[in-house]
Design a protein around this ligand. Structure first.
Ligand code: ADP
Length: 527
């Protein structure tokens, strides 16, 4: 029968579409560098390279108590952050859900909801705090002179707003565009701090938004606070983005802005999620095209759609559907789908994580390159219907059985329609998508290392820095099995082992809260 060949051709074709060899990664990084350079020189470029007016990083000695509000991820968060000095902080937070209706309705309603959430936090949580009565301020921390604390008319709040904003001051910035499923009306072009402050004022809250910060900037500042330094903050969560420390002289588009004349360094929010919006360099599969076409922002955030938690599950869902629907004979689940798999965004990236966990559990050497062919323990595609269970080791069967369990429980496919071979195919699809994401993430990190003269593309140049500190945040990098290892593997091929081994990638703990607090501190000091 021609069936095994047909199956093999289809699987090989998909694998080929997802392949990124070394040449491709180098070209992508080169394009990234060119886009960085253009974005630093001119406004309104594909890579926004937004100056943040944050001109230094903390060293961990800073103190004070602040409110932080975080919008831009899966949840809305309100926190009270106490910077304790000595690289320590404490934090209390409450999460609030943002409904689809709020995400896509009127901006005023969304910002009213933010204000209500802060109000609720202060009533329920903040009031328990001895350090945060109305009138709390960073100046009320104990001082040698023990002055009676001056009653402050407001509580200072830092807003972590993780969407592209053209920032013009620490507490001022226009919303450029929505991403990650948000599309609230009458927001684009408006000053986000104004929108929030107006909502506070409408509700007569004694809260003042003093600083606006992107979550990547928050990640950078918070890692700097706990690690004593940091050059890049990056997010691999619902979306992806990075902010890094750039020489002010290189931010040519600041022109004769006083900030430029001061020299030194400034944090630049790259908005790298928009890389390749111009369709120049990323090899795009049919599964990416389907995702993009059906997204609320077609042709935008192209890079993010290859990388981040919001999308990886959806790309994988698209692959699985194409195999389920393969004609004339299905190549997966006996052609059976489920309500979950039929639903737009019905496959959460967290389920891919579970599948890879089920695969990796008990393995001594986690596979950094996940393609089944490479580790030789997945059924040969030539036995397209895979009846040869006998040839698998006991351990491999156990692994595939665990994956089967995840598929039945989390994708809703009846067990009778999930063969061991199907389990192998699902893991293969998940690893194709996640490996590509990790490799492309490495290109973004490599770009920052080269841009800041810490590395050369291809390796070879090593600065005398012992430790190159990077802060990361997001569920993908925290929880996806081997995502970090795969990222590092590709980073090594791009900048050489000498540089890669100095790179210290660590979690920016509570980055959005602590980062916003640190920015609020900088703002209050500047007043
Ligand atoms: P955010 O970026 O919104 O602040 P997260 O960092 O938690 O929040 O990212 C949420 C995204 O991560 C969602 O898209 C979700 O699908 C994905 N996700 C959640 N848990 C996991 C997991 N265990 N493994 C991989 N991805 C996950």
């Amino acid at each position: 029968s021609a069936s095994p060949d047909r199956a093999r051709r289809i699987f090989d074709d998909i694998e080929e579409q997802f392949r990124l060899d070394q040449d491709a990664l180098v070209k992508i990084t080169e394009q990234f560098l060119a886009d960085f350079s253009l974005g630093l020189s001119e406004y309104n470029q594909p890579m926004a390279m937004i100056p943040t007016f944050v001109t230094g990083v903390p060293n961990g000695s800073e103190t004070g108590t602040f409110l932080a509000l975080d919008l831009g991820g899966t949840n809305l968060r309100v926190c009270e952050v106490q910077l304790l000095g000595g690289h320590q902080f404490s934090l209390r937070q409450q999460k609030y859900r943002v409904s689809e209706a709020l995400k896509t309705g009127e901006a005023a309603a969304l910002f009213d909801y933010l204000a209500d959430s802060v109000d609720a936090f202060l009533t329920e949580i903040g009031s328990q705090s001895p350090t945060l009565p109305p009138g709390n301020s960073p100046f009320s921390s104990p001082s040698l002179f023990d002055m009676p604390p001056q009653p402050e008319p407001f509580i200072p709040l830092g807003l972590t707003f993780s969407f592209p904003v053209e920032q013009t001051a620490l507490d001022q910035g226009k919303i450029l565009t929505w991403t990650k499923g948000f599309a609230a009306k009458n927001a684009i072009g408006h000053d986000v701090v104004r929108l929030l402050q107006d909502a506070f004022d409408r509700k007569h809250l004694h809260v003042k938004c003093v600083a606006l910060v992107n979550d990547t900037v928050g990640a950078l500042l918070s890692r700097a606070y706990t690690a004593g330094g940091c050059i890049l903050g990056s997010i691999f969560g619902t979306g992806t983005n990075g902010a890094y420390l750039e020489r002010v002289e290189n931010i040519k588009k600041l022109g004769d802005n006083p900030a430029r004349q001061k020299g030194g360094f400034m944090v630049v929010n790259t908005e790298w999620g928009a890389f390749n919006n111009t369709r120049t360099v990323l090899p795009t599969t049919q599964f990416d095209n389907k995702l993009d076409r059906e997204s609320i922002n077609p042709r935008l955030q192209a890079f993010e759609k290859f990388i981040s938690g919001m999308y990886l599950g959806e790309i994988t869902r698209n692959i699985l559907l194409s195999l389920i629907d393969a004609a004339p004979r299905p190549l997966l689940f006996n052609g059976r789908s489920s309500d979950d798999l039929n639903r737009h965004y019905g496959l959460d990236t967290a389920v891919m994580s579970e599948i890879e966990e089920a695969w990796e559990a008990g393995r001594e050497h986690p596979s950094s390159e996940g393609a089944p062919k490479a580790n030789g323990v997945v059924p040969d595609w030539q036995s397209a219907h895979f009846t040869d269970v006998d040839k698998l080791s006991h351990e491999d069967v156990a692994r595939l059985e665990r994956i089967r369990g995840v598929i039945t429980q989390r994708m809703g496919i009846p067990a009778a329609d999930v063969s061991l071979r199907d389990a192998a195919v699902v893991r293969w699809a998940a690893s194709l998508v996640a490996n590509r994401a990790a490799k492309l993430s490495a290109c973004a990190v490599a770009t920052v290392l080269v841009q800041t003269e810490r590395a050369q593309l291809g390796g070879g140049f090593v600065s005398d820095e012992e430790r190159i500190i990077i802060g990361v945040d997001g569920s993908l990098i925290q929880f996806y099995p081997n995502f970090g290892t795969r990222l590092r593997d590709s980073l090594r091929t791009l900048v050489g082992a000498e540089v890669e081994k100095r790179v210290d990638i660590g979690l920016a703990k509570d980055g959005s809260g602590v980062g916003a607090a640190l920015c609020a501190l900088q703002a209050v000091k500047q007043d």
